[in-house]
Design a protein around this ligand. Structure first.
Ligand SMILES: [Fe+2]
Ligand SMILES: [Fe+2]
Length: 433
């Protein structure tokens, strides 16, 4: 292990210790094989030195230089096909502007890697396309009618009410939070797996063993993440079983939840980096941000088929086509449900406005979910039926106050959180949470 000045690092070197920002926030894990994006990120955070392994690792996938996709040398055909596919997905984005310029570079890098490794284009696996042949289309719908017709959605799960009491009481204690959850063993088990996922394990490691490696009780989980934060996580996890199935198999549910968890992981990382919102609240808002789309797929399949056809024909993101066909988009429908269930107002607003930053008086909190959704869609983490990446709203980007390099530096951390959370929700990697 040797100490190296950051400006002397080169692609292929391996980090020998976790890297933290000057403020103490986790940036990159030990074992990261550095590529050009990592090097830019280390420089962007003004870090002077890091510990690297004594020998450089042969890393055939490391990009030769910033801005160039990985390992495409000798395969111009792969690069050309990958670039055409990624440009098509970014058709609604201003590629010369941040953060789309950075996300395009990262997405192209991943598309090239994916094509070289698997021959499967990002975002094109596992989707049923039979919606193309469904005939419709009826007129606009009512959000209230859609929610009324689904008995499961008329009222929230019972455990939710107990958790809400904890969230509604500023003086709630460790015991209150644990008590609200422990009567639902399935929920408690999911929460413990979540808290034990690598994000918290890594946080504890960065805190030099202040907490034990394994969180084995709800009381300990409350100590690690805080009573209100655990209750917020429980709130999100407790409603997930209501959104398990879409009868029409037009969106692969596994991909849908991977997109939702990817958005949650990205929102949590963005919240930590910017301080705009509590990270656990951002995580839950990311997890639930597209639940309106599940309701719409389930309750109004013909309308959604028409919206998907329209989005494809017009080359626009699906939420814009939803507004034309249904009369509202999935974000408004999800927000409507959370309002009806009296979810905390900030959670409801983050879901409701994640595609509509012009509406809320203060954009900071919805901006986190908006950007997290753009990142998750751009990186091809799962899919929610939306093939085109929504344009990043300049107001949201301004609210976050990040540089493109800082965002690129967060992506490996987001991917690690995504993988860990998927493992905690899907231990067998089979069904929805
Ligand atoms: Fe959305
Ligand atoms: Fe989304």
């Amino acid at each position: 292990m040797v100490r190296r000045a950051v400006n002397e690092l080169s692609p292929g070197m391996v980090l020998a210790e976790d890297v933290l920002t000057p403020g103490g926030r986790f940036l990159m894990p030990r074992g990261t094989v550095l590529d050009a994006g990592h090097l830019k990120s280390l420089l962007a955070w003004n870090l002077a030195v890091v510990q690297v392994a004594g020998e450089t690792s042969p890393c055939p996938d490391a990009p030769a230089a910033a801005g160039q996709p990985a390992s495409s040398e000798g395969r111009p055909d792969v690069l050309e096909a990958a670039e055409a596919a990624v440009r098509e997905r970014f058709a609604c984005c201003a590629l010369a502007e941040s953060p789309c310029d950075v996300l395009f570079r990262l997405a192209l890098d991943r598309e090239v890697r994916r094509r070289l490794a698997e021959g499967v284009p990002v975002g094109e696996g596992g989707e049923d396309r039979s919606w193309r042949t469904v005939e419709s289309v009826p007129g606009h719908l009512s959000m209230d009618a859609l929610l009324r017709d689904e008995p499961q959605l008329v009222s929230p799960p019972e455990v939710y009410l107990r958790i809400s009491e904890v969230l509604g009481n500023p003086a709630s204690t460790v015991e209150d939070a644990a008590e609200s959850i422990k009567h639902d063993p399935s929920l408690a088990a999911k929460l413990l797996r979540l808290v034990n996922s690598s994000y918290y394990a890594r946080t504890m490691r960065a805190m030099r063993g202040r907490f034990p490696a394994k969180v084995d009780s709800l009381s300990r989980a409350v100590t690690v993440v805080g009573a209100r934060q655990l209750a917020t996580l429980a709130l999100g996890v407790s409603v997930l079983p209501l959104f398990q199935d879409i009868p029409q198999n037009w969106v692969n549910m596994r991909l849908f939840w991977e997109h939702s968890v990817g958005c949650a992981a990205a929102a949590q990382a963005l919240a930590e980096a910017t301080g705009l919102v509590n990270p656990e609240t951002a995580f839950v808002a990311g997890l639930l941000h597209d639940i309106g789309r599940i309701i719409a797929f389930k309750q109004a399949p013909a309308h959604m088929a028409a919206a998907m056809r329209r989005a494809e024909a017009e080359g626009c993101p699906l939420h814009l086509a939803e507004r034309e066909v249904l009369g509202f988009d999935h974000a408004a429908l999800g927000g409507h449900l959370l309002q009806k269930w009296q979810f905390p107002a900030n959670l409801e607003k983050m879901v409701r406005y994640h595609h509509d930053l012009e509406e809320p008086f203060i954009v900071d909190e919805p901006a986190v979910i908006h950007l997290a959704d753009v990142v998750a869609t751009a990186m091809g983490w799962g899919g929610s039926g939306n093939r085109r990446i929504p344009a990043a709203d300049p107001a949201a980007w301004a609210a976050l106050g990040l540089t493109g390099e800082a965002l690129a530096g967060l992506v490996p951390d987001m991917e690690e959180r995504l993988a860990a959370t998927m493992r905690s929700f899907f231990p067998d990697h089979q069904g929805p949470p």
